[in-house]
Design a protein. Structure first.
Length: 380
């Protein structure tokens, strides 16, 4: 490894140079999806950083007064004005990146570090995932249908999807182009469900956009859990509900700029996502129960950091031979397994410590989902 040091004694970057005839780079798999499946580009941000959307009310139906017997100004009904309010959308995310590729690095990696391929990798592995993650979070947050969190199983998953689709039907959401978004573990439930008949005969153009199946008229997209909100179950949405502008996508490669012998790569992307107020009912988001611990105590030992259900790694010091471990999950339907090394310890029972560090793992599990906490208890 070549670890260069610049003037302020901070490492600049690490480059793996090779003296072999190898011209391959171990690329991380890039998921190519099309954001137009769950959002639309119906509005123009050309020449503007904000747009105004007018939301105009409608008029109720009434019986036509054919004989004119009713004392009203028009036989068509009472004449009322329509209200028009505005929704202002301003782009909030103006993001950028930059990196340099030295000429020798490019040459001594058999051209594997060419600027063009490095830029493509940056877009695929960094830019697109950031934009997608932001979009999924905005859509889930803005959903007009949010039932209480529910544990999903292979037995109930189909009924939950059918119910969600029925709710969208009642809201008069177009049935065509609905999208069902699921994380991998929920997709496993779909495959194991005896009630679900998935159609996997998907056109290549849809596969290129991330569609892997059809269920109950919905295009199914499997999205990595890391891209989705916490405790994501599934979401059915229609692109009519969400606007996701990518106003600026500006990427540049500078050859031999001042101060650099090689290529300087720069990129900038301005983006955002908005759920339209009058289309929120076109989104159904089912969250799953939180698998966080509600309480975790090891005798009277002080945990570092202070216990928080969202934090999974802790340390503690003890001079005791044993301490009682108690752990309770937020979700009552979850199981909690405690291990001191490889020894199972029941909640409320004592763990025996060896001298030195003792790794304690607490696993909260529900169905195919789990969350693992670790405490290193050091006995002196």
């Amino acid at each position: 490894m070549s670890n260069e040091v610049i003037g302020n004694n901070l490492p600049s970057r690490v480059v793996d140079l090779t003296d072999q005839y190898t011209n391959c780079v171990d690329e991380t798999f890039v998921k190519h999806s099309d954001l137009t499946l769950i959002s639309n580009q119906d509005m123009s941000w050309d020449g503007a950083h904000s747009v105004r959307v007018y939301k105009v009310t409608t008029s109720p139906m009434s019986d036509y007064d054919r004989s004119g017997a009713e004392s009203r100004a028009s036989r068509y009904g009472h004449i009322d004005g329509l209200d028009a309010t505005t929704e202002i959308m301003t782009l909030k995310n103006d993001r950028s990146f930059t990196f340099a590729i030295d000429k020798l690095d490019r040459d001594e990696t058999q051209q594997a570090m060419q600027a063009a391929t490095a830029l493509a990798r940056q877009i695929g592995l960094v830019v697109f995932p950031e934009v997608e993650k932001y979009l999924y979070n905005v859509v889930a947050e803005g959903a007009g249908n949010k039932p209480a969190p529910k544990a999903l199983t292979k037995e109930n998953i189909y009924d939950e999807i059918i119910e969600a689709n029925a709710i969208l039907d009642d809201a008069q959401v177009p049935s065509k182009n609905r999208v069902l978004i699921v994380p991998p573990k929920v997709y496993v439930l779909l495959k194991r469900s005896a009630d679900i008949m998935m159609s996997t005969d998907i056109a290549q153009e849809k596969r290129d956009k991330g569609v892997i199946a059809n269920i109950d008229g919905c295009q199914v997209i499997k999205v990595p859990e890391s891209q989705l909100p916490k405790n994501f179950g599934f979401m059915i949405t229609h692109p009519v509900a969400t606007v996701a502008p990518l106003k600026l996508r500006d990427y540049k490669i500078h050859a031999d700029p001042p101060g650099i012998s090689g290529d300087l790569v720069e990129g900038r992307v301005c983006y955002d996502a908005f759920v339209l107020d009058n289309k929120v009912k076109a989104i159904y988001y089912q969250e799953q129960p939180d698998l966080s611990l509600k309480t975790l105590t090891i005798g009277s030992l002080a945990l570092t950091p202070t216990f928080d259900g969202g934090v999974t790694n802790y340390t503690a010091d003890t001079t005791d031979a044993t301490n009682v471990i108690t752990a309770n999950a937020e979700y009552e339907g979850a199981t909690v397994t405690i291990k001191n090394g490889s020894t199972v310890v029941s909640s409320g029972s004592a763990a025996t410590w060896a001298s030195g560090p003792n790794p304690v793992t607490i696993t909260v599990k529900e169905g195919t989902r789990s969350k693992v906490y670790e405490v290193i208890v050091t006995k002196s």
